[in-house]
Design a protein around this ligand. Structure first.
Ligand code: IVH
Length: 549
């Protein structure tokens, strides 16, 4: 009997893997979701009844459901380098010149050109053809172990067919690629967050990164991620070029972006870059440029690396997308530190995949320098960054009755006085109890990188501060005393208050460095908070602190 069962389990697992590859890698499913689910459910049932027969790379192993601890560190086998950027034709030709100078004269140089996917790079380690570790880039030398989350990405094979390799050592290898989120998934998830009054993710890259670092892999599975792989690394590989490398990855079953090509000259590279730039808006994922790699691995070795980037590759960044629109108004917003920042309220305009209705103006000096006035026609730009900015004014289109902007004299939220510290560009509200500051501080305290209190988002904070329930961080932990009162408010369901109070309780288990970061001391970011504690522990106990990362 077990033999028959074993066979069926293997068969189901193979079949599901085949369909995962068809659907998630080739985007060409052969069976319906229902048929897939039936196979999956049968496998799940058989595994439940026979836990001793569960295969380590079974498709059901993709979604763990236990709450994991913070991530372990992984030291990369080979450092994960970054790329030098080029922004125009001239810089690209300079790159080509340096490559030629670094190689023996007369050698034929080929380049492979690929899209630069706007996501986050991961390293996937396979041992005996089984996926054992998935890690983020981290600082390039050490990354975070996100294996459980990586396994939720359906296009990443949990195992590969050993028949692709001629010897056993080759079955230990590493694959690198870019994890990203499809634009449509990003939109859907952000819409859901908006409905719940939660803080929106700025762009698909941030959301992909946040998702890959969620502590519970079951949550990661709910926010589908994708991957394009671009490297196969193995100490015994006989591959000689990047082009062969990409082909081999496809053969192994990895997902490779199809828009790559081999070029024989830098002019060909440039032409292809332009072609890829024109196609970028039609893609279902975001790209921020192209990557140009010397094709031959022998050449790559001869060229080597400087500091953190190889001499044999560079990125060609696409121009930031610009649009022209009317600046209807300038409003001044107050942040958690009291800094008063000008915001351009714009006539809504569609730019690079979204409608923009506001943009940052940074500070008062910036407004003066660019002579930006209410009613002006302005050029806005959306780069790789999150927040669109006003680049310049179209002076020819200025109407006569505009006036230069004046600096704020009072806080636009609470009316208190303002001050400008020496050597700083920002004006500050002098009232620490200003509602905007309180809201900003609590929002920061509850945010994901800090105390991570789910359900305590912008809109609920606004309401609780306005109602007087929240003035300080400590008030968050007193909310449970108001349970009845909160539940009687019509807008909030009982369930949502229960959930909120639960996540507030859960936040008490956060390590101390998160608390230190959460209370928002100036200059103490997430990284400094960790180091601070290390130093403190060393000073007080002379022992290495047993810090959870
Ligand atoms: S090659 C040294 N290829 O860009 C080689 N990187 O700035 C570096 N990226 O950290 C990796 N698409 O996260 C390579 N087709 C591609 C890429 C790519 C996106 C990212 C990757 C890397 C960053 C380098």
């Amino acid at each position: 009997m077990p033999n028959h069962l074993r066979k069926r389990l293997q068969q189901l697992s193979d079949e599901l893997k085949y369909h995962d590859h068809r659907d998630y890698v080739l985007s060409d499913p052969e069976i319906t979701d229902l048929e897939y689910d039936m196979l999956y459910k049968e496998l799940e049932r058989l595994e439940r009844e026979n836990p001793e027969l569960v295969l380590p790379d079974s498709p059901t192993r993709r979604v763990g459901s236990d709450l994991e601890n913070d991530f372990k560190s992984v030291v990369h086998n080979y450092p994960m380098l970054s790329l030098a950027n080029t922004y125009n034709e001239e810089e690209l030709f300079d790159f080509d010149r340096r490559v030629k100078e670094g190689l023996p004269q007369g050698e034929k140089i080929e380049y492979v050109v690929e899209y630069k996917i706007d996501g986050l790079s991961v390293s996937l380690r396979y041992q005996n053809c089984m996926l054992v570790t998935g890690a983020t880039r981290g600082d390039g030398v050490t990354g975070e172990d996100v294996t459980a989350n990586v396994k939720t990405i359906r296009s990443i094979p949990l195992s590969v067919d050993p028949a692709h390799f001629s010897d056993d050592i080759e079955e230990n290898f590493e694959v690198r690629g870019e994890v990203y989120m499809e634009k449509a998934v990003f939109k859907r998830l952000n819409n859901e967050r908006q409905r719940k009054g939660e803080k929106l993710f700025a762009n698909p890259r941030n959301l992909a990164s946040g998702t890959l670092k969620l502590l519970n892999p079951a949550d990661t599975a709910k926010r589908p991620l994708q991957i394009f792989t671009y490297y196969y690394l193995s100490s015994t590989s006989s591959l000689k070029t990047q082009y062969e490398n990409l082909r081999f990855l496809t053969k192994l079953g990895f997902r490779v972006n199809p828009n790559y090509t081999l070029c024989n000259s830098i002019q060909e590279v440039l032409d292809f870059c332009k072609e890829l730039e024109e196609k970028r808006d039609n893609l279902s994922y975001e790209v921020d440029g192209v990557v140009i790699k010397v094709n031959s691995f022998r050449h790559q070795e001869l060229l080597g690396s400087i500091a953190k980037s190889p001499r044999w590759a560079c990125a060609f960044k696409f121009k930031a997308k610009q649009a022209k629109t009317r600046l209807n108004d300038i409003t001044w917003q107050v942040g958690r530190t009291g800094a008063i920042t000008p915001v351009a309220e714009l006539e809504p305009v569609f730019l690079a995949g979204s409608t923009i209705s506001s943009a940052t103006l940074h500070n008062f000096d910036e407004i003066t320098k660019k002579d930006i006035r209410r009613g002006d026609t302005v050029i806005i730009e959306k780069g790789g960054d999150v927040i669109p900015k006003v680049v310049s004014v179209v002076i020819e289109e200025r109407v006569d009755d505009t006036k230069p902007e004046t600096a704020p004299l009072t806080c636009p939220v609470c009316g208190s006085g303002v001050f400008r510290p020496e050597n700083e560009a920002a004006y500050y509200c002098e009232n620490g109890e200003c509602a905007a500051q309180v809201k900003g501080r609590i929002e920061h305290f509850a945010s994901r990188g800090a105390m991570d209190i789910e359900g305590l988002g912008t809109s609920i904070i606004d309401q609780f501060v306005d109602a007087g329930y929240l003035k300080t961080y400590a008030d968050i932990y007193r909310l449970k005393n108001l349970e009845r009162e909160l539940k009687s408010i019509e807008r909030f369901g009982e369930k949502s208050i229960d959930n909120l109070l639960n996540s507030i309780e859960l936040s008490k288990t956060k390590p101390f460095h998160k608390v230190l970061f959460a209370i928002g001391i100036r200059y103490v970011g997430a990284g400094a908070a960790k180091n601070w504690l290390n130093i403190l522990c060393l000073l007080t106990t002379c022992r290495k602190p047993a810090l959870k990362r």
